[in-house]
Design a protein around this ligand. Structure first.
Ligand SMILES: C[S@@+](CC[C@H](N)C(=O)[O-])C[C@H]1O[C@@H](n2cnc3c(N)ncnc32)[C@H](O)[C@@H]1O
Length: 315
């Protein structure tokens, strides 16, 4: 069986499929890199012995449950605690202390883990900040918003329950400080977990979370083509405080011509926001983030959603 991408007319058929998913399933894959997107769709098709994208579209129409399988194949949730440990150490040893000295002792600290998968990254952040602040201050000051497009991954993340194997990268000391042993599993401590707020958020379509001190978006931007990455990064710029820091994945670079961020530790993919003070610069970022009408809507949506998030008593 030939690979679907080799078929004549397959590009057009593939774009029709992407359009169908957007219109009928409400998920927009049009900004995803075509090579990996086609590979992953092809994988689903091969397991169903379907050769043409058009036939796969027909199959999706009569088997609506197939969308979940496709979604799971495209949005791979591979993750881990302290993924790329050396980079987390640099963040913890250099940047978190700097962030804290720039704040008043009781000032809130707002962090976003965007593309958090099953939660390991968000709980890693909780441990790093818990260690830096002490638990009392952590509970009072820290909010970690952790979002993903994949609801199933978020269900796991909210349960906060991991196997001994998942916890291998975590030292025994941190493990006993932050996890409770329940049967064969390790559950992140509920009192500290309250600082971690999970929610569904699509980086392509939804308004960003705002007033952030730290934005962690690792191994997620790489799904998107350059244009979509640029749009997401413009929104990230808007989302961060003037001294805010962004922490990307090891294999990711900032593909943006607008000089929105300066590398402060390139090897570990840590960047600081470049503040834009002129109206022209600001308008350019707004333009890059999407159209103006959308952005007015985005700004009011962000304010409303932040107020709701801040007022909500539970994760
Ligand atoms: C490889 S995982 C990375 C997890 C974690 N950040 C890490 O580095 O270990 C990529 C995550 O991005 C999420 N993702 C893909 N497209 C997304 C989108 N449009 N909006 C939000 N999350 C998305 C996937 O569901 C997946 O959980």
């Amino acid at each position: 069986m030939s690979a679907p991408q080799d078929e004549p007319g397959s590009t057009q058929e593939f774009e029709t499929l992407v359009e169908y998913l957007k219109n009928n399933r409400g998920f927009d894959f049009s900004g995803y890199k075509r090579s990996s997107l086609r590979r992953r769709v092809g994988k689903r098709m091969q397991s169903l012995l379907i050769e043409r994208y058009g036939d796969y579209l027909d199959y999706l129409e009569v088997h609506p449950e197939e969308f979940i399988q496709l979604f799971n194949t495209i949005l791979i949730n591979v993750t881990g605690f302290l993924r790329d440990t050396a980079s987390w150490e640099v963040l913890a040893d250099e940047f978190i202390p700097r962030l804290l000295t720039g704040k008043q002792p009781h000032e809130p600290i707002r962090v976003w883990s965007a593309g958090c998968a099953s939660g390991e990254e968000a709980y890693t952040l909780a441990m790093v900040l818990g260690e830096a602040l002490g638990h009392e201050s952590f509970r009072q000051r820290v909010k970690i918003y952790a979002t993903d497009a994949d609801e199933e991954a978020l269900v796991q993340a909210r349960q906060a329950s991991y196997s001994a194997r998942d916890l291998q990268p975590v030292s025994p000391e941190l493990r006993s400080k932050y996890f409770e042993e329940v049967g064969q599993r390790f559950v992140f401590r509920p009192d500290l977990r309250r600082a971690v707020i999970f929610g569904r958020h699509d980086l392509v379509q939804d308004a960003p979370i705002s007033r952030l001190d730290l934005l962690v978006c690792r191994n997620t931007l790489m799904y998107f083509n350059a244009e979509t990455q640029a749009r997401i990064l413009a929104r990230f710029h808007f989302a961060l405080n003037d001294t805010g820091v962004i922490f990307l994945g090891k294999a990711e670079m900032l593909l943006t011509r607008a000089n929105l961020f300066n590398p402060v530790h390139l090897k570990h993919r840590i960047f600081v926001k470049v503040s834009k003070h002129t109206l022209r610069d600001r308008l350019m970022i707004v333009a890059q983030a999407g159209n103006l009408e959308l952005n007015n809507h985005v700004v009011s949506h962000i304010r409303l959603r932040d107020a709701a998030f801040d007022g909500a008593p539970v994760a």
